[in-house]
Design a protein around this ligand. Structure first.
Ligand code: SAM
Length: 261
C-alpha cells in the first residue's frame, strides 16, 4: 500500500499507545507473536552466550513497550529507555510505577522467564526490570544529538526495536541516524537493531503509518558505511501472513554491530 510519509505531527496527534499495544502485543490477540519470539530468543542469546553486558544500556524508541528489555535487565546495571512521544513515555512510566492503568506485559514476562529457565519467578523479573530502568527520556532520531538538550555519557550498548523505519524516509536517512548513534556508544560498544524488512505501512487504531521499506541488500551496507563492524546478522521469514492488512512486512532482521575501539 502506498502510504505518504508520516509526519512527526501525525505521530503526536494520532499514535495511540493503547491501540498499538492491543493491535500488536496483547496476549493471544496481538499480531506480533512471531516477532516477539524472534526478539526474545535473539536477545536472550545475546545477553547470555553472546556475552554482551555492561554498565548502561540505552534503549531507543521503545514506544509503550518493555518486552525487549527483559533479558537485558539481567546483565546491565542501568537502563535508560526513551521514545519520541509523550503518550508512549507515559505508558512506560505507568508500567514502571505499577499504575492500575498500565499495559499488561505478564504473558511476555512469563515467556522470558521460561527462556531463562525460571518461569515461577515472573514477578521478581518484572521488579528487576523496574529497578534497572533509571530514566525515560524523549528522543528524536532525526536530531544529531537525539536526546537534545540532554547530553548522555556514551553507553555500553544501544538497543532499538522496530523504531527507525518510522522516522527515516530512506536508507540514506537510516545510515545518517546510525552515524549519529556513534556518539551515544562507547568505543567497542554494541549497537543492536531488530526490525522488519520490506514493509510499507503499519496500522494503529484507525490510522495507517508509513514504514521505510528496509531491503536486506542495503541494510548491512548502511552499517558499514556508518563505520560499524557487523558481529552478527540474523534474518527470518515472516511465516504468519494472516494479517498483512495490518502490517505488510515480509521478514525479520537482527543486526548486532560494534563501534570500533
Ligand atoms: C512501530 S513503533 C515501535 C515501538 C516499539 N519500539 C516496538 O518495538 O514495538 C515506532 C516508534 O517510533 C517512534 N518514533 C516516531 N518518530 C520518531 C522519531 N523522530 N525519533 C524516534 N522515534 C520515533 C514512535 O513514537 C514509535 O514508538
Amino acid at each position: 500500500m502506498e502510504i505518504p510519509f508520516t509526519s512527526q505531527q501525525t505521530y503526536i496527534d494520532d499514535f495511540s499507545a493503547s491501540d498499538y499495544f492491543k493491535t500488536y502485543y496483547v496476549d493471544g490477540e496481538g499480531i506480533l507473536g512471531e516477532w516477539t519470539n524472534f526478539v526474545l530468543q535473539n536477545l536472550h542469546e545475546t545477553f547470555t552466550a553472546g556475552g554482551v553486558k555492561g554498565d548502561t544500556l540505552l534503549d531507543f524508541g521503545a514506544g509503550p513497550t518493555i518486552y525487549h528489555l527483559l533479558s537485558a535487565c539481567e546483565v546491565f546495571d542501568k537502563i535508560i529507555t526513551s521514545d519520541f512521544l509523550e503518550q508512549n513515555r507515559d505508558a512506560l512510566q505507568k508500567w514502571l510505577k505499577k499504575d492500575p492503568g498500565a499495559l499488561d506485559w505478564t504473558a511476555v514476562i512469563k515467556a522470558v522467564c521460561e527462556l531463562e529457565g525460571n518461569r515461577e519467578n515472573w514477578e521478581k523479573k518484572a521488579e528487576k526490570l523496574r529497578s534497572k530502568v533509571k530514566e525515560v527520556l524523549k528522543c528524536d532520531a532525526l536530531k544529531s544529538n537525539p536526546f537534545e538538550p540532554v547530553v548522555l555519557q556514551p553507553a555500553d550498548c544501544l538497543l532499538t526495536c522496530l523504531c527507525l523505519e518510522a522516522p527515516c524516509e530512506d536508507i540514506k536517512s537510516f545510515c545518517n541516524v546510525l552515524k549519529n548513534f556513534k556518539a551515544l556508544i562507547k568505543p567497542g560498544g554494541h549497537l543492536l537493531i531488530l526490525s522488519i524488512l520490506d514493509a510499507t505501512f503499519y496500522y494503529v487504531g484507525k490510522k495507517y503509518f508509513s514504514s521505510m521499506t528496509t531491503r536486506k541488500d542495503e541494510l548491512e551496507a548502511a552499517f558499514k558505511e556508518a563505520g560499524y563492524e557487523i558481529e552478527k546478522a540474523v534474518y527470518a521469514p515472516r511465516n504468519d501472513t494472516s494479517r498483512m492488512d495490518i502490517c505488510d512486512y515480509k521478514a525479520y532482521y537482527y543486526i548486532h554491530a560494534r563501534k570500533p575501539e
